[in-house]
Design a protein around this ligand. Structure first.
Ligand SMILES: [Zn+2]
Length: 239
């Protein structure tokens, strides 16, 4: 049984190591996703600025069409003026021309505002694109580093899995089953040391008689408080 206890203890160490590597791997993959999300965000910002510019461009085209329309109105009214006979008619057409000119001035103002905003956006887009290409380079380097770490971890996990297979070979199926169930119930820790009369898993005091039987360690003994399998370190090291 001593050999089994040693194997169980080793199995526990291997499994905790694999658990740890798995957590690290998960963190690295999350890191890689976060980096990717940064790129997506930067690209989205640029395309939303571009859409803004497109909308402004369409508005500007509309204003320019109105401006052309008003200019035509003025030309028409002015040629009309020459044929006018009465003072009353003349005043009405003059008023039309004044109104159209005022409108044209307003439209020109609005078009100028659109041009200014469009220039602003185009400068902003150029800056954002420069930032993006820098970010793309940066993130590619970071992703490569993350990938390298992930591969290292996976190598470590694969090696541990191989060792694990060797370690469980001699263990009875019933013991392994119990071990697996305890791992599930006790947040991954099924085998713990008994030290100075205490269970190191739950820190509770072990009954002296039980503690004494551990020195002989000829059976799987479990903690009466947390049910974890108890091992004595000195027993493991003596062998
Ligand atoms: Zn315990």
């Amino acid at each position: 049984m001593r050999n089994n206890l040693r194997a169980l203890y080793e199995l526990q160490e291997i499994d905790l190591r694999i658990d740890g590597l798995d957590v690290e791997r998960g963190q690295l993959l999350a890191e890689a996703q976060a980096l990717e999300a940064k790129l997506v965000e930067a690209r989205e910002k640029i395309s939303s600025r571009r859409e803004e510019a497109q909308a402004l461009e369409a508005e500007k085209t509309g204003l320019e069409a109105s401006l052309a329309g008003e200019s035509e109105n003025i030309v028409r009214s002015e040629s009309h003026l020459k044929e006018i006979k009465t003072q009353k008619e003349y005043q009405a057409v003059s008023k039309e021309i004044t109104g159209a000119k005022k409108l044209i001035a307003e439209l020109e103002d609005q078009i100028l505002q659109k041009i200014n905003t469009l220039e602003e956006i185009s400068g902003d887009v150029a800056k954002k694109e420069a930032d993006l290409s820098e970010l793309v380079e940066n993130i590619a380097l970071q992703q490569a580093e993350v990938q390298r770490k992930v591969e290292n971890l996976e190598g470590g996990i694969a090696a541990d899995v191989t060792t694990r297979e060797q370690t469980i070979k001699g263990l009875p199926a019933s013991v392994l089953k119990r071990y697996a169930r305890l791992r599930e119930q006790r947040r991954g820790v099924a085998v713990v040391e008994a030290k100075e009369g205490n269970c190191m898993g739950c820190n509770m005091h072990l009954p002296p008689q039980l503690y004494n039987t551990l020195f002989r360690a000829d059976d799987v003994i479990t903690c009466p408080h947390c049910q974890r399998i108890l091992v004595m370190r000195q027993e493991l090291e003596a062998k």
